[in-house]
Design a protein around this ligand. Structure first.
Ligand SMILES: Nc1ncnc2c1ncn2[C@@H]1O[C@H](COP(=O)(O)OP(=O)(O)OP(=O)(O)O)[C@@H](O)[C@H]1O
Ligand SMILES: [Mg+2]
Length: 377
């Protein structure tokens, strides 16, 4: 499956744009600030039913417009599918109302997620190894919400439970509520937290094996492991741990601190995972080159998991990564693209051709300037 046509309306720098895309490698070229990243973000927003970069529609809707949208036609051997993400600004308080459509019919996230699979790789992904836990949690959410709409739903319910629970914690601190008022929200946190944690643990177990193989393929000698570190406030994770029980056990001793800070301090919003190479945490010990191999290996694991779970390769969105990779990893990535991954469609952005067309077979070049994307004849 590949995107055959993409349409944007008031998405960041774009007013109205329509682009035909081809299977294979679509090279998106243009100067800084022209709209290359925004184009990939628009595709990911449609796939995920939310932006992978910003939480709110107000960030990616063009300033001063009150209607925005992204839609695409997906083509496969079996036919075509249309997906649409639209939003309008409500008059009061500048809120945005989102509407999703599939084949022109109103749809929920459930009917949209997983239809268009995407794997994103942008320069900030290099932080997956050296950065704080936030990008790693985001990576897990991006992958798992596409593989399982149930996961996406758990994540929404979990967020809501934490927000309510924090509000009650604040009310307790101000003397306006009692500890007993927390019970339903602690239950909800544990229920949806368990769903999220079990999915993340399962993903990391399997992705670890694929990543290890991919890293070995890039010449890394040490064994690669992805070790889940669930946000259990210091309680030890157990093999096949019963997360609901562990979450309740982790919450109990933190209650006074939670009230003082009006914040829920345990749960998957505090999760992390460690990438280990040769038994050592990569965060502390991996060299620049090893970090690049590990990030690439994580991306390969994402692609493979799409193939396994969704039965087809995702569209690969590579934002500016070729310039971030050294020669060895660039060659490795291009090798994977041209043979190893069996990806049907890739969008690669770059400011210059930088010999890309010499290294990889490019199906077409899109020139992007000032929110206009044109296929180069
Ligand atoms: N909500 C918005 N409304 C209008 N314009 C926006 C909005 N958000 C971002 N922009 C503008 O969109 C432009 C395009 O940004 P984008 O990141 O897509 O460029 P790019 O081609 O990837 O550049 P670079 O090569 O530097 O990465 C920026 O100049 C930015 O100021
Ligand atoms: Mg960019």
């Amino acid at each position: 499956m590949y995107i055959s046509q993409l349409r944007l309306l008031n998405f960041r720098i774009y007013r109205e744009a329509e682009v035909d895309l081809l299977p294979g490698v679509n090279l998106v070229l243009g100067a800084n600030g022209g709209g290359k990243t925004s184009l990939l973000e628009a595709i990911a927003t449609l796939a995920l039913t939310r932006s992978p970069r910003s939480a709110s529609i107000a960030d990616f809707a063009t300033w001063e417009h009150s209607e925005m949208g992204v839609s695409a036609t997906l083509s496969a051997g079996s036919g075509k599918v249309n997906l649409e993400f639209r939003a309008s600004r409500q008059t009061e308080a500048g809120r945005w109302a989102r509407r999703l459509r599939r084949e022109g019919q109103p749809a929920g996230s459930r009917q949209m997620l997983g239809t268009l699979g995407v794997v994103l790789f942008w320069p900030e992904d290099l932080l997956l190894i050296k950065g704080g836990p936030e990008p790693r949690r985001r990576m897990l959410d991006v992958v798992l919400s596409q593989l399982s709409p149930a996961y996406a739903e758990s994540a929404v319910r979990y967020r809501r439970a934490v927000d309510h629970r924090n509000a009650v914690l604040r009310a307790i601190r101000e003397g306006a509520a009692r500890s007993a008022d927390l019970v339903p929200w602690s239950e909800a946190l544990a229920t949806h937290g368990t769903e999220i944690m079990a999915a993340r643990r399962g993903y990391l177990q399997q992705a670890g094996e694929v990543a290890a193989e991919a890293a070995a393929g890039m010449g890394e000698r040490g064994d690669v492991q992805l070790v889940y570190r669930p946000g259990l406030g210091g309680l030890r994770d157990q093999p096949e741990g019963d997360y609901a029980r562990l979450l309740h056990a982790a919450m109990a001793p933190r209650l006074a601190e939670e009230i003082a800070r009006a914040q829920s301090l345990v749960g998957p919003h505090r999760d992390d995972f460690e990438v280990a190479l040769g038994g050592q945490p990569a965060r502390q010990f991996a060299s620049q080159g090893q970090q690049r191999s590990l990030v690439l290996a994580l991306k390969v694991a994402e692609v493979r998991r799409h193939v396994l779970d969704r039965g087809e390769a995702p569209v690969l969105l590579l934002d500016d990564v070729l310039s971030e990779l050294d020669h060895v990893h660039r060659t490795g990535l291009i090798g994977l693209l041209s043979s190893g991954l069996h990806v049907e469609q890739t969008l690669i952005t770059a400011t210059e051709e930088q010999g890309i067309t010499a290294a990889v077979a490019v199906a077409q070049v899109l020139d992007v300037t000032q929110g206009q994307a044109r296929v180069r004849p």
